[in-house]
Design a protein around this ligand. Structure first.
Ligand code: PLP
Length: 423
C-alpha cells in the first residue's frame, strides 16, 4: 500500500475494506496493553532466588553487618558491579536505593538548587535553565525537567544517536543550556546505540558549553542485549582524554535485571562531583538498603553471572520482539505508511507513522482494546510536532497477545493513514 500517490477511488476502496476489518477487531473486545516497558512476570521470576538467599548471613565481603545503618556509598562489591555495568571506576560509583530515576532527580535537584561546583554554580542563579532532549526520548526524563522548571529543546535522534550538529549549535548559541539527556545504549524508544563518533563529540561538549554543564547519561539498558551485544564506547574514557570528567553523570539500575520494584540503582561521576553529591545525600539518609544490595551480590556476584542472567531475559523477550518485527515487516515493508527500526536490545520498538496520524492510531487502537503509550509522550511537553511517533512496548503480554495486538496496530495504522489522506 502506497497512499501518497493513490487515487481517491483507490483510497475509498481501501477505507471501506479496512473499516470492515477494524469493526471485526472491535467486536472481539480485546484487552491488551503495550504501554510500559516493564519486565513480565516470567522475567521477574528469574530472580526469585533473591528471596531467602542470605540464609541468615548478613555480612558483606568486608565483614559489614548490612542490617545496620551506615555505608552511604553502598557496599563495595555492589559498587564494583555498578562500575562494571557503567564502565566507570568503583571509587567513583555509588550503589544506592531501588530507582535510578530517583538518583537522576536528586542530581538534577542538586545542580539546580545547590550547584555541583559550589553555591555560585547553582543553575537556578542563571534565571533560565534549558536541557537538550534527543527525541523521541524517555517521557519520565521530560517530567523531571518540567517538575524542576527546566525548559526543554528537542534535537533529532538519528541512527547513530542524537544529531550532534544540532546539539553543538544549540550549545554555541544558547547560554541557558545547562545539560542534556542521553540514553546511550538501546535508547528508549528508538533502540539506537550511540556510535563511537557521537560518544566522542559528547565528551567534548563541555568545552563549548557554559560552566556547570552536565550530561545525564542514563545507561538504563547497558546490559539488556537481545541478540549480539552492541558495544558502546566508554564516555568516561572519552572524557578523560578531553579533560571533561565533571561534565558527565552516569546512571544504571537492576530494575530490568532482577525485580523491577526492588532492585539497586547506581550513579557514577567524577570525584569532584561526588564530593558535592555525597553532601547532598548525607542529609537525607543514613545509608541505603545494604541488605538488598547483599542479596543482589549473592545472586549476581560478577559480570559473568550477570551476562548469563541477561541471556535468560533475552530468551523470554526475543520472541515478543520478533512478533512485533514480523508484523511490521509483513504489513509495511515497501509501503509509505511507516518507518521503524528492529532493535538489538532494550525494551521498545519505535514506529513513525505518516505525519499527523499517531494520535488517531493510538485512539483507534484503544477503542479496539489495545492500549498504547499516548502519542506525544516521547517528546518534551507531550507534544510530537509531527504527530508521528508511537512507542511499542511488547515485554509484558504473551507472544500470542503481542501477535493479536500487532494485528490491531497494523489495521489502525493503515486505516488512520487512509482516512487522513482522504480528509
Ligand atoms: N531510564 C530509562 C531510559 C528507562 O526506560 C527507565 C524505565 O523504563 C528508567 C530509567 C527507570 O529506571 P529505574 O527503575 O532505575 O528508576
Amino acid at each position: 500500500m502506497n497512499i501518497e500517490h493513490a487515487s481517491q477511488e483507490q483510497l475509498r476502496l481501501w477505507e471501506h475494506q479496512l473499516a470492515a476489518d477494524y469493526a471485526a477487531i472491535v467486536a472481539r473486545k480485546l484487552n491488551l496493553d503495550l504501554t510500559r516497558g516493564k519486565p513480565s512476570a516470567e522475567q521477574l521470576s528469574l530472580s526469585d532466588d533473591l528471596d531467602g538467599i542470605l540464609k541468615g548471613n548478613y555480612k558483606s565481603l568486608d565483614g559489614t553487618d548490612t542490617r545496620n545503618y551506615g555505608g552511604g556509598e553502598g557496599l563495595p562489591e555492589a559498587r564494583a558491579l555498578g562500575a562494571a555495568i557503567l564502565d566507570a571506576s568503583p571509587s567513583e560509583t555509588l550503589a544506592l536505593g531501588n530507582s535510578s530515576l530517583t538518583l537522576m532527580f536528586q542530581c538534577l535537584l542538586n545542580a539546580v538548587q545547590f550547584g555541583f561546583d559550589g553555591p555560585d554554580s547553582a543553575w537556578h542563579k542563571r534565571g533560565k535553565m534549558t536541557f537538550i532532549c534527543p527525541t523521541p526520548g524517555y517521557d519520565r526524563h521530560f517530567t523531571l525537567c518540567e517538575q524542576l522548571g527546566i525548559q526543554m529543546i528537542a534535537v533529532d535522534m538519528g541512527p547513530e544517536g542524537p544529531n550532534m550538529d544540532q546539539v553543538e549549535q544549540l550549545i554555541d548559541q544558547d547560554p541557558s543550556i545547562c545539560g542534556m539527556w542521553c540514553v546511550p545504549k538501546y535508547a528508549n524508544p528508538t533502540g539506537v546505540t550511540y556510535s563511537d563518533a557521537v560518544v566522542d563529540r559528547m565528551a567534548k561538549l563541555a568545552k563549548r558549553a557554559q560552566p556547570g554543564f552536565r550530561i545525564f547519561w542514563d545507561n538504563a539498558y547497558a546490559v539488556h542485549d537481545l541478540a549480539e551485544p552492541q558495544t558502546l564506547a566508554s564516555i568516561m574514557a572519552a572524557c578523560n582524554i578531553a579533560g571533561t570528567q565533571d561534565s558527565v553523570i552516569q546512571f544504571a539500575s537492576t530494575s530490568k535485571i532482577t525485580h523491577a520494584g526492588a532492585g539497586v540503582a547506581f550513579v557514577a561521576m567524577s570525584a569532584r562531583n561526588l564530593t558535592s553529591f555525597k553532601t547532598f545525600l548525607n542529609s537525607q539518609s543514613i545509608g541505603p538498603d545494604k541488605v538488598n544490595q547483599l542479596r543482589h551480590m549473592r545472586l549476581l556476584p560478577d559480570m559473568a553471572h550477570l551476562r548469563n542472567h541477561m541471556q535468560a531475559h533475552a530468551r523470554i523477550l526475543q520472541p515478543r520482539f520478533d512478533a512485533v518485527s514480523s508484523a511490521l515487516d509483513a504489513a509495511f515493508t515497501g509501503t509509505d505508511l511507516g518507518q521503524w527500526e528492529t532493535p538489538k536490545g532494550g525494551y521498545f520498538v519505535s514506529f513513525d507513522t505518516q505525519p499527523g496520524c499517531a494520535q488517531l492510531v493510538v485512539q483507534m487502537a484503544a477503542e479496539a482494546g489495545v492500549k498504547l503509550t499516548p502519542a506525544g509522550a516521547t517528546f518534551p511537553y507531550g507534544k510530537d510536532p509531527q504527530d508521528r511517533n508511537i512507542r511499542i512496548a511488547p515485554s509484558v503480554p504473551s507472544v500470542a497477545e503481542v501477535i493479536a495486538a500487532m494485528e490491531v496496530f497494523v489495521t489502525c495504522v493503515k486505516l488512520a493513514s487512509v482516512r487522513r489522506k482522504l480528509a
